[in-house]
Ligand binder design. Structure first.
Ligand SMILES: Nc1ncnc2c1ncn2[C@@H]1O[C@H](COP(=O)(O)OP(=O)(O)OP(=O)(O)O)[C@@H](O)[C@H]1O
Ligand SMILES: [Mg+2]
Length: 353
């Protein structure tokens, strides 16, 4: 089924500009035991065979409860954690088997923005040197030849781009507010002129009003530089505002994926329905009608692989087959895919993965 989906989709995307294609990507962490001689006694199946595609200009939201594997998935894309299996095609090349040296030009194109602007910036470095650091490293490793004054003027340009006065380049992180620090993090991520920015909870640690400023900055940068984003966030209202596509993860798997408005207006997977039912609606009439769907029980530990649907234990709509059969992600419309047997009778299986 996977093959049918891939071939069909590749045919279609020849017209659009596909940047990233993730196929059956899995990430596992070993569970170690023993005091002196550590041995692996099991695995955390943090990401279990996820697939998605990013086209140029996409802002893909990755949502799901804490521990569902969002950060592991994002980090494995930039090889910060090793993938167990699968493929990550960047502009057509599978980057997972590439050596460090072969990865250099690609690493430049995919940058991450992290959650905590307090701990992700080195307190002993000035703002200017934090922003310039990737330029120095890249210059050295790729034997490029940017002069010191070119780097200094690039730093000033980057600071202006993210709304920081270039006069602050000699200040240290503790002299900035949380929002300003996140701007430094963003300037640093932009320094090598990337194509894809992976923002992992980039605004979660900030006050609401500051969050809005940073989100608006990210949107503006996206428009100005035609950037593509993977945007990981807990706040679903923020995800709805900034993204054009959303993938919903549960226990390492993507259970539903679609255009943001389609998915928010017509969630199909019982997990997505429950998750989205907790988001307030701005329209007071609709808000008064909003029914919360409670999620029963806890997220099970990801220390085993599931034979059937990952949501089986907590699903109010579960059926016998869900226990032992894995629901494939089926394409409901061009822009909406769901992995749930409740909906499979309505689709053409040639489009499933
Ligand atoms: N370095 C690691 N070693 C072992 N287990 C890990 C490691 N990093 C993450 N995990 C486990 O992998 C699973 C997925 O974690 P991950 O951080 O990817 O989830 P997340 O969706 O980003 O969660 P959050 O929303 O809290 O950031 C969790 O069970 C987590 O405990
Ligand atoms: Mg995370």
């Amino acid at each position: 089924m996977n093959e049918t989906y891939t071939v069909g989709y590749m045919g279609m995307t020849q017209m659009s500009r596909k940047l990233l294609e993730v196929q059956n990507l899995s990430v596992r962490y070993p569970i170690l035991s023993g005091t002196v001689f550590k041995r692996t006694v099991g695995h955390i199946y943090a990401v279990d065979s996820i697939s998605f595609t990013l086209e140029e200009g996409d802002i893909l939201g990755l949502v799901g409860e804490s521990g569902c594997g969002k950060s592991s998935a994002a980090r494995s894309l930039v090889k910060l954690v090793p993938a167990h299996s699968g493929s990550v095609f960047w502009k057509g090349t599978d980057i997972l088997p590439l050596s460090f040296r072969e990865m250099l030009p690609i690493r430049k194109e995919i940058q991450m923005i992290f959650q905590d602007p307090y701990s992700s910036l080195d307190p002993r470095m000035t703002a200017g040197s934090i922003i310039a650091e990737p330029l120095h490293i890249y210059n050295k490793r790729a034997q490029a030849s940017m002069s010191g004054s070119e780097i200094r003027s690039r730093v000033k340009e980057l600071m202006t781009m993210v709304g920081l006065s270039p006069h602050y380049e000699n200040r240290y992180p503790h002299e900035f507010s949380g929002g300003q620090r996140q701007r430094i993090g963003i300037a640093r991520a932009l320094s090598l002129d990337p194509t894809l920015l992976v923002a992992d909870e980039a605004v979660s640690a900030l006050d609401v009003s500051i969050q809005a400023q940073i989100i608006n900055l990210l949107r503006k940068l996206q428009e100005d530089f035609k950037l593509t984003y993977i945007f990981i966030a807990h706040d679903l209202a923020v995800v709805r505002y900034i993204t054009n596509r959303v993938a919903v993860m549960y226990l390492g798997r993507i259970v539903e994926e679609g255009d943001t408005e389609e998915l928010f207006n017509n969630p199909l997977h019982p997990y997505t329905r429950a998750l989205l039912s907790s988001v307030p609606v701005p329209d007071p009439k609709l808000e008064s009608k909003r029914k919360r769907i409670p999620l029963e029980g806890e997220v099970p530990s990801p220390n085993k692989l599931h034979k059937g649907c990952v949501f089986y234990e907590r699903c109010a709509n579960r059926m016998e087959r869900c226990k032992n059969e894995k629901p494939y992600r089926a394409r409901m419309t061009d822009n909406h895919k769901v992995a749930c047997f409740l909906h499979h009778s309505r689709v053409d299986f040639s489009n499933s993965e």
